[in-house]
Design a protein around this ligand. Structure first.
Ligand code: ZN
Length: 240
């Protein structure tokens, strides 16, 4: 059983009628319901909860954290960001969605500006699988399309990904590295682009499949814990 926490700032849903209509229960609940399956134990957390719903206890009981944020990045307390980073270093998986590219946690883990081009023109996005053998691409065709999405375009100011799984093409001509993986400490990080709040993207089966595949990929392997610091020799070291 993989323990998943879906975190959402849940702000657009309170203030934008258009978003409320698409996600009446919030983006977090749409994702939580969309990925529900017997092998995931899913809970949600939101910005307005004490400690943004990400107490030490919740994070310790989380194998994979999913992050959706946009207008409230600055409202996330640095202390909580540090706590999430620590958990990633310990081995918790992190899936950062869409405008989460500008979240404090993603920028901190990447160490770059994470800036990009964008445009809201309700245009078509075609997402190409460029690493078909990767577990995150399991069950997909060579590409899938979203009829209406926000455009994100290169250059995307991220460190070179460990693995590049998807490249998006947009109707307006731009391309974008839409599916990128990283290792940070003992944790695995997956950035996945789609999910602008005014489109019903998190009801799309291929998008949900990618997120589910991402959870399976990012979940920690509960093997040995690494040891750091001073270490006693395993064998007797013979004095020279
Ligand atoms: Zn957006």
């Amino acid at each position: 059983m993989i323990r998943v926490t879906v975190w959402n700032e849940n702000l657009h849903e309170q203030t934008h009628k258009e978003v409320q209509e698409i996600y009446p229960k919030g983006i977090h609940n749409a994702i939580a319901e969309g990925i529900a399956c017997p092998s995931f134990e899913v809970r949600t957390a939101t910005l307005d909860q004490p400690e943004h719903g990400l107490t030490q206890e919740v994070l310790e009981q989380t194998d994979v954290l999913i992050w959706w944020g946009h207008m409230g990045h600055d409202k996330v307390a640095d202390e909580i960001v540090d706590r999430v980073q620590q958990r990633v270093w310990q081995g918790m998986g992190l899936i950062v969605l869409h405008s989460g590219h500008f979240s404090k946690i993603f920028k901190k883990l990447m160490g770059t500006s994470c800036d990009l081009k964008w445009r809201e023109a309700n245009e078509k996005e075609r997402i190409w699988v460029v690493d078909p053998a990767h577990p995150i691409a399991e069950g997909l065709d060579q590409y899938f399309e979203l009829e209406h999405e926000e455009m994100y375009g290169e250059h995307f100011d991220i460190p070179a990904p460990d693995e590049l799984i998807f490249i998006s093409w947009f109707e307006g001509g731009e391309v974008f590295r839409s599916g990128c993986t990283y290792h940070r400490g003992n944790g695995k990080v997956f950035y996945f682009r789609p999910g602008h709040e005014t489109h019903p993207t998190y009801f799309e089966k291929n998008v949900l499949k990618v997120i589910s595949n991402g959870i399976n990929w990012a979940a920690p392997v509960h093997g040995t814990r690494p040891y750091y610091g001073n270490h006693k020799p395993l064998e007797e070291i013979k004095a020279n």
